[in-house]
Design a protein around this ligand. Sequence first.
Ligand SMILES: Nc1ncnc2c1ncn2[C@@H]1O[C@H](COP(=O)(O)OP(=O)(O)OP(=O)(O)O)[C@@H](O)[C@H]1O
Ligand SMILES: O=C(O)[C@H](O)[C@@H](O)[C@H](O)[C@H](O)CO
Length: 222
Amino acid sequence: MAPPKSLPNGIPTSSNTVQPAPAAVPNGVTSTGTAVQDGAETKHKHIWLVTGPAGCGKSTVAKALATHLNMPYIEGDEFHPPANIEKMSNGIPLTDADRWDWLTALRQESVRHIDAGNHGVVLTCSALKRKYRDVIRVAPYFAPGVFLHFIYLHAPEEVLLKRVGARQGHYMGANMVHSQFSILEPPMEDETDVISIDVSRTPQEVMDDVLAQVQQTMESDE
Ligand SMILES: Nc1ncnc2c1ncn2[C@@H]1O[C@H](COP(=O)(O)OP(=O)(O)OP(=O)(O)O)[C@@H](O)[C@H]1O
Ligand SMILES: O=C(O)[C@H](O)[C@@H](O)[C@H](O)[C@H](O)CO
């Protein structure tokens, strides 16, 4: 399939959004044949994108999942340009314009790992709005046959406020949590590539749920 017509930053031009990728892309066996994930052979390669507002536990979950699946891990925060980090450190929320190139860079980095022969990749990205998720959803155009899954971590604002407040040495202060919630567009029911996880529980409970749901998703790809 030819890549969609896009703006220089990779955002499709038609109505500025794309339909969510189906949970299963039909024509997807890659040139390398099967992929091995979690000890099981799967037909497709997979991008696992851990999302949610600041402090929801993206890095915590993504690192553990990448280790479990034996996949490379991309820390989305490391792909923000210095100007974005400076804004956030100064308590200024990013705008859509600040985020486009970052989202495109994360999609490209995921595709690069798949092209390099990895059977999958885990990455963190807040992806607070549906149109941000749509930027990543076009990844299968660039890596045909890859399956994309969002793992959306959610908890009430007060819970994340406490966690960010207690965290040391991070540029994102507790003063930024409200701004994240004020623009958050939780995934809707028709976004069928999303696994939702309640992270107001203990880290162990959260990881058990993540691994169970990932496993269930993988089983539909055997
Ligand atoms: N389930 C949990 N229960 C309690 N604390 C948690 C849980 N998950 C993560 N934490 C803690 O909450 C803080 C935020 O977690 P983490 O840094 O993984 O979130 P994040 O979404 O990656 O944050 P950011 O987007 O700001 O980088 C950390 O101090 C982490 O140890
Ligand atoms: O889109 C955004 O506003 C940013 O990605 C933020 O979400 C932070 O980078 C991240 O949460 C680290 O605290």
